[in-house]
Design a protein around this ligand. Structure first.
Ligand code: APR
Length: 277
C-alpha cells in the first residue's frame, strides 16, 4: 500500500448497501478503493500527548527510565508501599491538572473526525491523561483507566479524583478508610472494557494506531485482531516505526501534531484507500 497522503487518480464511482448500511466507494482499477465511510477504530498511546508536555514511557528520558515499574505500577508495589505509589500518581495528576497541559492539534483532529465522519469512530486510548476527553472525543475507551478518577480497592466504587490520594481518605460509598487507589490499570491487572474493544475491532474497516511503541499487550495485538478478524486496513502513525510496525499495511512517520491533522483532513476530504478488490 502506498504510504503517502497523495492518492492515485480515481476511476468510476458506485454506491452499494453493505453490512453497515449506506456505503460510498470509488473503485480504482487494479489499485484500490477510495472509501468515504466505514467503521474506524483508533488506538492511541503516550506519543499523542507528548507535544502537550506529557512524558512518554519508553523514549529516551521517558517515565520508565526515571522510576521502576515494579516500584510504582503494580498491585504488589501498592500493597508493599501504598504511600509511595499514591504519591507517584498524586504528583502526575498535579502536573497534569496544573492548567498548562492542554489537548494538542492531534487530540483536536481525532475529536473532529468522530464528529464529522459518517460512520462509527471508536477511540481506544492507553493513556490515563484526560486530553482526548478535553478535546471533545465522546466515543472514548480508557483501557488503562483514568488518572482523573479514584477507585476503592475494597468495593470498587469509582469516584472523581478530587484531592490527593492518601491513606486517611475514606471511600465515599463503603466508607472504608485507606483503600482509595488511582483508577488506573497496573501491570498484571486486566485492562478495562475489553469486550467492547474486541467487538469494535472485529467489525472495523480501518484500524489506526497513533503514538504507541507496541510494547504492551493486549493493545499491541489489536492490529492483528483488526486485520485477521475484520479484514480491516491498518495504518500506523508514529514518530518512528514501532515494535509492531511490520504488522501494519501502511505507515506514516512524524510528530502526531503534524501527521494526525493531515490524516483527518485527508479522511474528511478524500476518504481512505482500502485494499483493491
Ligand atoms: N508524535 C508521535 N509519536 C510519538 C511522539 C510524537 N510527538 N513522541 C513519541 N512518540 C512515539 C514514540 O516513538 C513511541 O513509539 O510514541 C511512542 C510511545 O511509546 P511508549 O512510551 O512505550 O508509550 P505507550 O506505547 O503508550 O505505552 C503503552 O505502557 O507503561 C505502559 O501503561 C503504560 O499505557 C502505557 C503502555
Amino acid at each position: 500500500m502506498p504510504s503517502s497522503a497523495s492518492l492515485p487518480p480515481t476511476g468510476s464511482s458506485r454506491y452499494h448497501s453493505g453490512a453497515y448500511g449506506r456505503q460510498t466507494e470509488q473503485f480504482i482499477d487494479g489499485v484500490g478503493i477510495l472509501r468515504r465511510d466505514g467503521r474506524i477504530v483508533i488506538l492511541t498511546g503516550a506519543g499523542i500527548s507528548k507535544e502537550s508536555g506529557l512524558d512518554t514511557f519508553r523514549d529516551e528520558g521517558g517515565l520508565w527510565s526515571k522510576v521502576r515499574i515494579e516500584d510504582v505500577a503494580t498491585y504488589e508495589a501498592y500493597q508493599r508501599d501504598p504511600e509511595r505509589v499514591l504519591e507517584f500518581y498524586n504528583e502526575r495528576w498535579r502536573g497534569m491538572a496544573s492548567g498548562n497541559i492542554r489537548p494538542n492539534a492531534a487530540h483536536d483532529a481525532l475529536a473532529r473526525l468522530e464528529r464529522d465522519w459518517p460512520d462509527e469512530v471508536v477511540l481506544v486510548t492507553q493513556n490515563i491523561d484526560n486530553l482526548h476527553g478535553k478535546a471533545g472525543s465522546k466515543s472514548l475507551i480508557h483501557m488503562h483507566g483514568e488518572m482523573a478518577k479514584a477507585r476503592c480497592d475494597r468495593c470498587q466504587h469509582i469516584s472523581p479524583f478530587a484531592e490527593d490520594l492518601t491513606l486517611s481518605l475514606s471511600c465515599p460509598s463503603c466508607k472504608k478508610i485507606g483503600a482509595m487507589r488511582p483508577h488506573v490499570v497496573w501491570f498484571g491487572e486486566m485492562p478495562l472494557e475489553m469486550e467492547r474493544i474486541y467487538a469494535a475491532l472485529g467489525t472495523c474497516d480501518l484500524f489506526v494506531s497513533i503514538g504507541t511503541s507496541g510494547n504492551v499487550y493486549p493493545a499491541a495485538g489489536f492490529v492483528q485482531e483488526a486485520s485477521a478478524m475484520a479484514g480491516a486496513h491498518t495504518l500506523e502513525l508514529n514518530l518512528e516505526p514501532s515494535d509492531g510496525a511490520s504488522a501494519f499495511a501502511e505507515a506514516r512517520y512524524g510528530p502526531a501534531t503534524v501527521l494526525v491533522p493531515a490524516f483527518v483532513d485527508q479522511m474528511l476530504s478524500e476518504g481512505w484507500e482500502a485494499a483493491g478488490a
